[in-house]
Design a protein around this ligand. Structure first.
Ligand SMILES: *[C@@H]1O[C@H](CO)[C@@H](O)[C@H](O)[C@H]1NC(C)=O
Ligand SMILES: *[C@@H]1O[C@H](CO)[C@@H](O)[C@H](O)[C@H]1NC(C)=O
Ligand SMILES: *[C@@H]1O[C@H](CO)[C@@H](O)[C@H](O)[C@H]1NC(C)=O
Ligand SMILES: *[C@@H]1O[C@H](CO)[C@@H](O)[C@H](O)[C@H]1NC(C)=O
Ligand SMILES: *[C@@H]1O[C@H](CO)[C@@H](O)[C@H](O)[C@H]1NC(C)=O
Ligand SMILES: *[C@@H]1O[C@H](CO)[C@@H](O)[C@H](O)[C@H]1NC(C)=O
Length: 409
């Protein structure tokens, strides 16, 4: 998950702590604008199903969600741990809006009172819901008891390592809540007491990020958190920056989630027999565009994503190929080699946002329609195509999609 600007704490109305006794008979709670804050603030984990009565996918989900809620309630009866709630979007339009709902049913995940753009995308089965909640409620931080144990911790992942005085410390509580939110993006470890006392300053707790050793990027290999240890937001921002790589791989499994981060894709299509362009792409982005937050930088295996390539008139022989997909259009980056020239890729992205890529698109279209061409076609190569990646967005075979306008890019 890229937290970016999307993480927000909903502050809707005065907090009304709802009475569970109101909803006996059904295991899910009926969530409304009036009671939402109460549920969110008083539970470690809240799953909210946003549905509509007339939506058939919502109808299919309802009894399963209900059963899951009953089983989960039995497993975790302690108040304050977990609640499954449902929101009738026809009655709660404002609430649905606040949660950015664009399809029914959408199951939003709220951890420790924090509303992000995360949603449940797993199987909609009783077992899967129960497993998901069990995993979510398990401790996100793994304790190590010897230094050897720490040294032999998995490679192949970024990790945050805490050297703490004791578990019973307000700063550890912050660490635990952040780890819970970011549990899918990093490994979190901790060692307490004497074991780690040589690794931290006397009387102080320390948090270290250790980068994935398999990714050569010395700048991010190792760093210590210098910020406020009790500030949830500051620590989350740090973990997000460290643990969510600037350049990620897109697959069919994560495409929907990536698309819902809402940022245009800057894609490198590569050939899996030649991985060198990936390193070059990463190097260029890290050195020139490390502060770019308006887009998602992704690498895509060419064979897996050959349809978008063909759609742009490219084949596997043309790889590596770079393109922007704005979910409306695709724009082809003219020459891969140019990424090494500082400013060229940045200008391509800037051109997307100031509309000049799009402007060229319409110019090219107009030009196509006119018989007597006023524009030299060489000046405007056909680099623009309809988006293909929008097909990877939430599917109408699983959801009822509802209208939301998007800025046209
Ligand atoms: C339980 O849920 C069903 C379907 O959502 C509803 O018709 C019924 O009134 C609810 N019962 C109670 C006691 O809330
Ligand atoms: C915490 O975050 C706020 C807002 O982003 C920032 O202004 C502040 O400097 C940060 N404080 C620390 C100690 O990191
Ligand atoms: C650290 O963050 C906490 C929680 O946001 C805040 O109450 C506290 O004042 C901050 N401390 C410093 C030194 O900024
Ligand atoms: C990104 O921002 C940091 C901090 O503001 C700055 O030091 C760095 O030079 C910037 N990187 C690039 C490539 O502009
Ligand atoms: C967009 O920015 C580029 C420079 O990055 C400039 O050449 C172009 O004229 C701008 N287009 C518009 C429509 O502002
Ligand atoms: C979606 O938007 C289109 C065009 O704006 C409109 O014609 C259509 O009725 C809308 N559909 C729904 C379900 O609101």
């Amino acid at each position: 998950m890229k937290v970016g600007g999307s993480l927000k704490i909903l502050t809707l109305l005065a907090v009304v702590v709802p009475q569970l006794s109101l909803v006996t008979g059904n295991s899910t709670v009926v969530v409304t604008q009036e009671n939402v804050n109460g549920f969110i603030d008083s539970n470690e984990l809240v799953l909210l199903s946003f549905y509509a009565e007339w939506c058939r996918f919502s109808k299919i989900l309802e009894p399963i969600f209900e059963k899951a809620a009953a089983q989960i309630h039995q497993k975790f009866p302690e108040p304050g741990r977990v609640i499954l709630g449902k929101v009738n979007c026809d009655r709660e339009e404002i609430l649905a809006d606040q949660f950015g709902i664009i399809k029914y049913p959408t199951i939003k995940i709220v951890r420790n009172g924090l509303v992000g753009n995360q949603e449940y995308r797993g199987q909609r089965s009783l077992e899967a819901f129960v497993q998901f909640v069990e995993k979510e409620l398990s401790d996100p931080i793994k304790e190590f008891h010897t230094i050897d144990e720490l040294k032999s911790a998995d490679v192949g992942h970024g990790m945050v390592i805490g050297y703490f005085i004791s578990k019973d410390h307000v700063e550890y509580d912050t660490y635990r809540r952040v780890a819970s939110l970011m549990r899918n993006d990093c490994r979190f470890l901790v060692g307490f007491g004497d074991l780690t006392k040589d690794l931290r300053l006397p009387g102080k707790n320390t948090l270290i990020f250790r980068g994935d050793p398999s990714i050569p990027n010395p700048k991010n290999a190792y760093s210590e958190y210098q910020g406020n240890m009790t500030s949830f937001t500051n620590l989350t921002a740090w973990v997000d920056k460290k643990c969510v790589p600037l350049v990620r791989e897109i697959t069919f499994d994560n495409a929907e989630e990536l698309s819902e981060e809402g940022l245009p894709f800057v894609l490198l299509f590569y050939n899996k027999n030649d991985l060198d362009p990936i390193q070059q792409f990463k190097k260029a982005i890290h050195s020139q565009l490390e502060n770019e937050t308006r887009v998602n930088f992704l690498t895509a295996e060419g064979k897996l994503f050959k349809h978008p390539l063909y759609h742009m008139g490219k084949s596997l022989d043309d790889l590596p190929v770079i393109a922007i997909d704005s979910f409306i259009h695709m724009y082809l980056f003219p020459r891969f080699e140019d990424i090494h020239q500082p400013g060229v890729l940045k200008k391509f992205i800037d051109d997307l946002f100031n509309g000049s890529l799009h402007f060229n698109f319409h110019l090219a279209l107009e030009d196509d329609e006119k018989s007597e061409s006023t524009i030299d076609p060489v000046q405007l190569p056909p680099v623009v195509h309809e988006s293909k990646f929008k097909e990877l967005m939430p599917s109408k075979h699983r959801y009822t999609l509802i209208n939301r306008t998007r800025d046209e890019l």
